[in-house]
Ligand binder design. Structure first.
Ligand code: ADP
Ligand code: SF4
Ligand code: MG
Length: 344
């Protein structure tokens, strides 16, 4: 802790899915906190457990397949939400916490005009009457940069482009004035220019309203301008976390090094030189007993296959779980990331 107030604290989160093939251990011992008004990015390759973590925070892990393991704790403003009763959940999901998904088309109601979808939220959670909600819906569309909002509120989701639809999602998410906003790959389906615009809108609203944000993405490049802190996830675990500066300038985990090297380089003419991380993540039906990155890590030592590395603390909230930082580990040369970092 650094004197900031935690709006959210996740402790030892474990989530499994029970499938025909066996138990998929999707999230394994994830712990992190979010300060009030801060943006935290959760970054990692597809399948590492980002969305499952988001779903757990939104109370969306459902049986019989999904199981939140005993001992998992999610504290929101000093209360463990996993102990909420029905009415507390309703209040939390309606008025405290909003989520923006990657696929706006799947999240919006295709048969309802977008204005009405915003209004429903406002009327249900902000005690507005119809006229007030209608006015506010137009205002929200204007605030997220949708031209001619008076006309657009009358249209249906399919009449909007991908980028415009994502703006509608943002308007809906912000309509209830949430204190906590989770963005799960909000720009992944969009082209690069639109991505930037959408991130700017989220950042602007976040700063103006002091909303606490969890920004989930597989692309480290996306978070450089928005997140104060970053948690790097691999195979259901957080392998490194720290300030954005720590992660970009003094990363300590070989997976973070590989992620940084795999960010598309704006300064390279030949995009083919982009490094992708060789190999695939481990099978979550039967994760390795040791470090989950051992099958792909070029620094792997015998100990890495035998035991899970503990977190090493580098001060000021910077931690990484890697045997290279054990007192007995050999000295290694870190890859030179200077050229790669220059774009951040
Ligand atoms: N409903 C489900 N049933 C079975 N496995 C699931 C389910 N949802 C997620 N998983 C598994 O959990 C792991 C983490 O998924 P997810 O959190 O969606 O990854 P991502 O980091 O890409 O968001 C993946 O291996 C995925 O296959
Ligand atoms: S613990 Fe070993 S295998 Fe895992 S990242 Fe560190 S060096 Fe690589
Ligand atoms: Mg996901």
């Amino acid at each position: 802790m650094n004197g900031n107030e935690h709006i959210l604290e996740v402790k030892d989160l474990n989530v499994s899915y029970h499938t025909y093939a066996g138990e998929v251990k999707a999230v394994r011992g994830v712990s992190f906190y979010l300060n009030k008004g801060e943006a935290l990015a959760i970054v990692g390759e597809s399948g590492c457990g980002k969305s499952v973590t988001a779903k757990a925070i939104m109370g969306l892990i459902k049986g019989p397949q999904g199981e939140l393991k005993a001992g998992s704790e999610i504290w929101y403003n000093g209360k463990n939400i996993l102990k909420y009763n029905k009415s507390q959940w309703k209040e939390y999901k309606g008025g405290e916490c909003s989520i923006i998904f990657q696929d706006a088309l799947a999240s919006l109601n295709p048969t309802m005009r977008v204005g009405k979808q915003i209004m429903e939220n406002l009327m249900a959670h902000k005690q507005m009457n119809k006229q007030e909600a209608a006015r506010e819906a137009v205002e929200m569309l204007r605030r997220v940069g949708i031209p001619e909002p008076e006309k657009r509120v009358q249209q249906y989701p399919h009449e909007f482009s991908g980028g415009m639809r994502q703006r509608v999602m943002i308007a809906i998410a912000f309509a209830c004035n949430p204190n906590l906003l989770i963005c799960d790959e909000p720009t992944t389906a969009l082209d690069v220019t639109i991505q930037g615009q959408i991130l700017d809108i989220i950042k602007d609203l976040q700063e103006k309203r002091r909303v606490s944000v969890i920004m989930i993405t597989h692309d480290l490049g996306v978070v450089a301008n928005i997140a104060q802190r970053i948690a790097v996830m691999y195979s259901g675990r957080i392998v490194e976390s720290g300030s954005a500066k720590d992660i970009f300038y003094t990363p300590k985990h070989p997976y973070t090094w590989a992620l940084i090297q795999s960010v598309p380089r704006l300064d390279l003419e030949n995009k083919q030189t982009l490094m992708s991380i060789p190999g695939t993540p481990p099978d979550l039906l039967d994760p390795p007993v040791g470090c989950p990155f051992c099958t792909r890590c070029s620094y792997c030592m015998p100990i890495c296959r035998e035991a899970m590395p503990e977190n090493t603390d580098f001060g000021e909230g910077h931690q990484a779980a890697c045997w290279l930082h054990h007192a007995m580990a050999p000295e290694i040369n870190m890859p030179d990331l200077r050229g790669v970092r220059s774009q951040f």
